[in-house]
Design a protein around this ligand. Sequence first.
Ligand code: MN3
Length: 204
Amino acid sequence: MAFELPPLPYNYDALEPYIDTQTMQLHHDQHHQAYVSNVNAALEKHPELNSKSIEELIININSLPKDIQATVCNNGGGHINHAMFWQIMAPHADGEPTGAIADVINDNFGNFENFKQRFNDSGVKQFGSGWVWLVRTPENRFEIISTHNQDSPITSGSFPIMGNDVWEHAYYLKYQNRRPEYLKQWWNVVNWDEINKRLQISMH
Ligand code: MN3
């Protein structure tokens, strides 16, 4: 029961001009595939874990065998983070948030512009590789946070409603060192329908 690379829900060039075709090919087919392959290789050493979902493995990372903890944290985290990432983007999605997520944003961050600014600031300030997130905390608060490397918010009990990848591999071919510009342009491909679905799931 090895984990598998989920197919992209659109073509490699679908997010042009905001995310370029070559970045999507490398990011999905090489980087995400490597996370999946590495976590599968680690789990081969511990077949007793074969029935666990990737979420169960990550949430219980500290109870996993020591020899695979770091590999599962980094690569299993990479797998779930990217599986979410492809889904929360879509072509021709360049609109304002709708439905319940629009209310969450307005109620907790004032308005969409302010939310975007705080989210982007958090992404810019994340030193080195990582992610910026909107999460629902165990105390039922909505917060913008950033994490290092492939650390997932679920390890601290928060539900990742949406997140943007600020590893250089996500933007360097097109934006080079201009991470702020990538963060700004990314909103053109945010799939609010999918994020509304994740918001619903976060309530259960
Ligand atoms: Mn990535």
